[in-house]
Design a protein around this ligand. Sequence first.
Ligand SMILES: *Cc1c(COP(=O)(O)O)cnc(C)c1O
Length: 231
Amino acid sequence: MNTIRDHLESVREQIAAAESAAGRPAGSVRLLAVSKTFPAEDVAEAFACGQTCFGENRVQELASKVPVLPAEIEWHLIGSLQSNKAAKAASLASWIHSVDSEKLVRKISAAADALGRTVNILFEVNSGEENKTGFRSADALRASLEAGLALPGIRVRGLMTMAPLGSDEPALHRVFAALRTQRDALEREFGIELPELSMGMSGDFREAIAEGATIVRIGTAIFGGRTYPAH
Ligand SMILES: *Cc1c(COP(=O)(O)O)cnc(C)c1O
């Protein structure tokens, strides 16, 4: 039995069912396979099953996987990023989901521009007291977004969040709907499109899809349980 293949197939089916239940077009949600803590062989196996987007939460682990895996893979950095690692991240990832300060926006922009790359960025919104990452202040987010729109080397694509651990179903819907509402407000305020909402993990991607997720970040349901936490 090929478990990664089976798990991927099952997750794809569940995403399709959630899209359909929400009345959303098939294929409107992108599956990001979160491979943190799993070896490059597992990524290669998922890639062989047609999975092309992978997420890592640490720059160091990303750096160890990128050179040994197919160049066709689109790498997303989803974990909190210190600004002294921004240049390295910008050289490896084509998407960074965890942008949570203006300083970081500027560092990513400068590094990407120097490399002649364009990095897609998402601003992370803090949705729960126990989560350490993400913007807590809507004003700080607005200021960073405004700065990011004017900078080279980056493309501001939307927002990302994580629901607080242990949220019940109504709370999940509230958190994910709030991210969508915040995105809609920013689109109106700046007269721009922010097409991407990165929200939903193994335990809550159905609720996220119901509320408009365009990228779901799924690790455990594809690769299995992690033997150590990777936060
Ligand atoms: C690990 C991680 C995920 C995936 O979580 P699972 O519960 O294993 O699906 C998603 N997003 C972020 C930011 C993560 O660090």
